[in-house]
Design a binder for this molecule. Structure first.
Ligand code: TRP
Length: 470
């Protein structure tokens, strides 16, 4: 068989291209940076004891997350279609198995589930811009602030209203499309986000508890970390980097051919991780300076930060800016959670972008009410990990994203022929390419499997046998 030239399988994008490498970096960074960094990272780190969780999280980000992100981008650009079509096409091309398309479908379903709860939390953020700006928290007592949070989350109407607003805005941006909508949105939001976070960092450094917050994040106590804590750290790495559900793959489909995937991915992963750590460095000093509990759960930033903001000069402005920052960050993430499904429906069912967005958005909006209700009418309806909200969070972050990521890295590392991945990464004989391939083939898959196995408790006897008694 004559050797097929690598470039003959290069395809054109169906939905236009990013205008530059910088626009793609902005878009993927906008997807990665969101509630995951600022709402979820601190509360999950707080619930798992801080330092040791953060150390495992960082390890997962660079050893598992980075190679999987590169795998997603390279697969996305190779296929140049929505994730379902791309995985079907490449599955057929590389292995004669179109059923790899199911990986894309898993991603679409995961995106629906994540956005359903994500939109509700993002909606609370919207409510808190206004609560802060009108001075509701200025000088307020802890009981008042807890009451305000409980009133918002306890009301189906209030919480549902803000969830509706967030979904509507997200749908509006997605409906406008990759050129006009996504790129314009992230071009403005991501830099604004970083600037406001840096202002808040300066603020946190003057709380008097900066060292304590720093130590909480970086002083590991590995004895306190459970198998489920390690699983949660891996889940948080996937969630924060937006990987494992083909969102990055969908964006990779619009990446110009000459852009370096390795350099771009490294930049995005470093930026996302820096922003999560930055958020931790902002939040924990404020928490400790006010004698608050780092282990407050999903309400951590909503119940503790307004108290801190309310006690400090200029707190109304800083509070409003902070929640504005969160809402922007959530919007650019919400967009990427919808894009795979929208692109799939457009290409498969012949709907226009606006119609596809309306269909997908409406389903997610309805689904979101299971989360709205988890904090009021259904708060006592508990099974497995807790409320419906708790279970959707655990199922998506800790199971579906890692399973999706595992399949994606196995596909890129083992199923795709080396010519194809080398052609996309464009580092054919380079050390960097070989390093990526080693991480994608061995390190990432084995680590994900070990962490799954560890969380079931099945590895405990092995560790006991390996460890010296004492
Ligand atoms: N990474 C985003 C955050 O940290 C959330 C997000 C956006 C996401 N797109 C995703 C998570 C795709 C997983 C998969 O807030």
């Amino acid at each position: 068989m004559p050797e097929q030239s690598a470039s003959s399988t290069r395809r054109d994008s169906l939905h236009g291209l990013w205008s530059s490498r910088f626009a793609f970096i902005l878009a993927v960074t906008g997807s990665a940076v969101g509630l995951g960094n600022i709402w979820r990272f601190p509360y999950v780190a707080g619930a798992n004891g801080g330092g040791a969780f953060v150390a495992v999280y960082l390890l997962c980000v660079f050893a598992i997350g980075l190679p999987i992100m590169m795998a997603e981008v390279l697969i996305g650009r190779r296929g140049r279609r929505n994730p379902v079509a791309t995985m079907t096409l490449l599955g057929e091309e590389e292995a004669g198995h179109p059923s790899w398309g199911l990986v894309g479908l898993l991603g679409v379903v995961t995106g629906f589930l994540i956005l359903s709860f994500y939109s509700v939390i993002a909606g609370w953020t919207g409510a808190y811009i206004i609560k802060s700006a009108i001075g509701e928290f200025v000088g307020a007592e802890p009981a008042t602030i807890a009451g305000s949070f409980a009133a918002l989350t306890g009301s189906v109407l209030n919480s549902g209203f803000w969830h509706t607003v967030f979904m509507a805005v997200t749908m509006f941006v997605v409906a406008r499309g990759v050129e006009r909508g996504l790129e314009q949105a992230v071009r403005f939001m991501v830099p604004a986000l970083v600037v406001i976070l840096l202002i808040l960092l300066g603020y946190a450094m003057n709380t008097g508890a900066f060292q304590q917050g720093f130590a909480f994040l970086f002083k590991p106590d590995f004895a306190a970390l459970t198998g489920n804590g390690v699983l949660a750290a891996m889940g948080q790495a996937f969630f924060s980097l937006s990987i494992g559900m083909a969102a990055v793959m969908a964006y990779g489909a619009y990446l110009p051919q000459q852009t370096s995937i390795i350099g771009t991915s490294v930049a995005v992963v470093c930026a996302d991780t820096a922003i999560a750590i930055l958020a931790g460095l902002v939040i924990f000093p404020i928490v400790f300076a006010n004698g608050l509990d780092p282990n407050a759960g999903p309400g951590l930033i909503f119940e503790t930060l307004p108290l801190a903001f309310g006690q400090l000069p200029g707190g109304a402005i800083f509070g409003a800016l902070f929640f504005l920052l969160l809402a922007f960050a959530a919007l650019t993430s919400g967009i990427s959670l919808m894009e795979p499904a929208v692109a799939w429906i457009m290409e498969n069912h012949g709907l226009g972008r606006a119609q596809a967005t309306t269909l997908v958005g409406t389903i997610i909006w309805v689904l979101g009410f299971t989360t709205v209700l988890s904090f009021n009418r259904l708060s006592d309806f508990r099974f497995w990990n807790g409320t419906i909200f708790d279970n959707i969070g655990f199922l998506t972050s800790n199971i579906m994203l890692p399973v999706g990521g595992l399949l994606i890295t196995v596909f890129a590392g083992w199923v795709m022929c080396q010519n194809s991945s080398a052609d996309e990464l464009d580092e054919t004989a380079g050390t960097l390419y070989r390093l990526w391939r080693f991480l994608a083939r061995y390190v990432a898959p084995v680590a994900v499997l070990l962490i799954f196995l560890n969380a079931t408790g099945l590895l405990a006897p092995v560790f006991d046998a390996l460890m010296p008694q004492g």
